[in-house]
Design a protein around this ligand. Structure first.
Ligand SMILES: NC(=O)c1ccc[n+]([C@@H]2O[C@H](COP(=O)([O-])OP(=O)(O)OC[C@H]3O[C@@H](n4cnc5c(N)ncnc54)[C@H](O)[C@@H]3O)[C@@H](O)[C@H]2O)c1
Length: 560
């Protein structure tokens, strides 16, 4: 039977530690909360009381329960206070030398049977464990931010961790109302190994001015259904912590370029722009520690009313086998928004009905020659001032624009999957698209009740470019037999608050679609880290395409 842990020590009361104290104390465990100095202790105490007061104000915690919770916490400076607790967990900054030194000291101070746990996100738990004389009693206990909210805890066992210690901490997680996933000691474990490549790539898009911070974040919230945008999430995590995690994952994880920290992160850390904790990161906050964003010099001005003539008549070209849902959804959306809609197929005789429309939106099959021929024909048929839009998700919009004699009037309108469920449209501007056509596209998206993000004509635009490499990374993790399909899906839903796990999403999207998008991203960037995972290629070859075929990752097994 697992040993019952009734008292714990928590070291470091910053972004994570204060939340971890709250989790324990809320569930009846006595906590010794330790910091490095009186000043840091005051900050830590304020973090805890701030969080519990907010919970009371929101009606999530009764006043008496809050008082009882706080009554279980004793604050202290220095490690000496930890000489009689059942378990210690540290949440000090992500540096190996610091953590090894700390564990060496804990080994001397704590009772011989005390379990020593680290909340590290990326460092080797094994290297930390061997800094003590009791490596069999050292585990990783990786909570997620914010600790009181996120359900997941990754339990990391090293090759020397005793099975009964693992059983003890698993029982503790259950008592805390958490769901644990127990895994081996690998850089980034499950969730961070999949999350940080994506966060890093988002910073790269921001650094290259591909889209604004607001548009990047809106794209992933509204276009992929994630609870937060990547830049806002980095501000919550802390840029210093994120930098250290990326550094370690890059070093320990085979020097995958997806984890090489983008230079901007380092610059922001040096400048003290650490995110919410210093009041400024990618965004500016009301005060240090606050989550309320206030306007700054990067905040876009309110959209000026433009003098564009809003279109009244929309021509819809469909359907292709894949585009059927899109074409139907669009037709319904345009009618509901008050447009007169002319629906046609690519049939020559039908196309002529588009002669007088203000805007054409084509949703035919995503094949370059089919679409180029269509745009060449639209160029002959449509009025000179009509805007011609493509809904392609894989083809360069400029290739279609150049099939016409009016590339300035051609634009992309990309509706992220699942169509009809997402509140977002990516407005894709080529190097030839006019400001006028962009303004028309924005107006139309607004009239449909959706949010427009404007981006450049690059493979995957924003949403697919950030989403599919993450899905591909998840497949690589499965190939490496590090974790199961269920554990990975669990980790991303419960640790990061994603609406679905990567494998459930891949089965939903279709593995053939995912492979095609990933191939496009790889070809555009020639980045080895973006090459489609061999397992994805094999499943597609075998006809296991997920949705529509009844078999995908859910039934798939890794074959050698
Ligand atoms: N920030 C996140 O989202 C997140 C999520 C999961 C895990 N983690 C991990 O949690 C750990 C802490 O990260 P954080 O973001 O909370 O860092 P943080 O910088 O917000 O807090 C670190 C705290 O440790 C204290 N500290 C430093 N040295 C100390 C010492 N010798 N003794 C006692 N206290 C000391 C600091 O005063 C500070 O309050 C890291 O290992 C990180 O990888 C972070």
């Amino acid at each position: 039977m697992a040993r019952e842990i009734t008292s714990v020590g928590v070291i470091g009361l910053g972004t994570m530690g204060a939340g971890i104290v709250e989790v324990f104390a809320r569930n009846g465990v006595r906590v010794l909360a330790v910091e490095i100095s009186e000043e840091a202790l005051d900050r830590g105490r304020a973090n805890l009381t701030g969080s519990t007061d907010r919970a009371v104000a929101r009606g999530k915690l009764a006043t008496e329960a809050r008082d009882a919770l706080l009554g279980r916490v004793t604050f202290a400076v220095g490690l000496a206070a930890l000489d009689d607790v059942d378990l210690v967990i540290e949440a000090v900054p992500e540096r190996l030398d610091l953590k090894r030194r700390l564990f060496g000291e804990l080994d001397r101070i704590c009772r011989p049977d005390t379990i020593l746990a680290t909340n590290t996100s990326s460092l080797s738990v094994t290297e930390i464990a061997v800094a003590t004389t009791r490596p069999q009693q050292v585990v990783g206990l990786h909570f997620f931010n914010p600790a009181p909210v996120m359900k997941l805890v990754e339990v990391i066992r090293t090759v020397v961790t005793a099975p009964e210690v693992v059983a003890d901490v698993e029982a503790l997680c259950a008592r805390l109302g958490k769901v644990d996933v127990t895994i081996g000691d690998r850089a980034g474990f499950i969730a961070n190994a999949l999350l940080f490549g994506y966060l890093n790539q988002a910073v790269e898009l921001f650094e290259s001015r591909y889209a604004t911070r607001e548009d990047l974040d809106a794209a992933m919230r509204l276009g992929a259904g994630l609870p937060m945008g990547p830049l806002a999430l980095l501000d919550l995590i802390g840029l210093d912590t994120a930098y250290e995690i990326l550094e370690t994952m890059h070093r320990r994880g085979g020097r995958n370029r997806r984890h090489a920290p983008v230079p901007l992160i380092r610059q922001m850390v040096t400048a003290g722009l650490l995110g919410r904790k210093t009041g400024r990161g990618f965004y500016t906050y009301l005060r240090p520690g606050s989550g309320t964003v206030v306007p700054d010099e990067l905040t876009p001005p309110p959209v000026e009313p433009t003098d564009v003539t809003a279109p009244r008549t929309v021509g819809l070209v469909g359907p292709g086998p894949l585009a059927t849902t899109l074409a139907t959804t669009l037709a319904e959306g345009f009618v509901a928004a008050g447009y007169r809609v002319v629906e046609v197929t690519t049939d020559e005789a039908e196309l002529v009905r588009l002669a007088e429309v203000d805007l054409v939106v084509e949703a035919v099959v995503d094949d370059l020659e089919t679409k180029r021929a269509l745009f060449a024909r639209l160029d002959q048929i449509c009025r000179p001032d009509a805007v011609l839009a493509t809904t392609t998700s894989v083809l360069p919009v400029i290739d279609l624009a150049m099939a016409t004699g009016r590339p300035a009037d051609v634009i992309g309108l990309h509706f992220p999957r699942p169509v009809g469920e997402r509140q977002l449209v990516e407005v894709v501007r080529t190097v030839r698209t006019s400001a006028q056509a962009t303004a028309v596209a924005r107006t139309v998206v607004g009239a449909l009740g959706l949010t427009a993000v404007v981006c450049a004509d690059r493979a995957g635009f924003v949403v697919d470019a950030l989403l599919f490499p993450y899905l591909n990374d998840a497949i690589r993790m499965l190939e490496a037999s590090y974790a199961t399909v269920e554990d990975v899906d669990h980790a991303m839903r419960l640790g990061c608050g994603y609406p679905v796990g990567p494998f459930a999403l891949l089965d939903q999207v279709g593995l053939d679609v995912a492979l095609e998008i990933q191939r496009g991203l790889y070809q555009a960037a020639r980045e080895p880290g973006l090459a489609p995972a061999p397992l994805l290629e094999q499943l597609v070859t075998a006809g296991h395409l997920g949705r529509g075929t009844g078999r995908g990752f859910r039934e798939a097994t890794v074959s050698s």
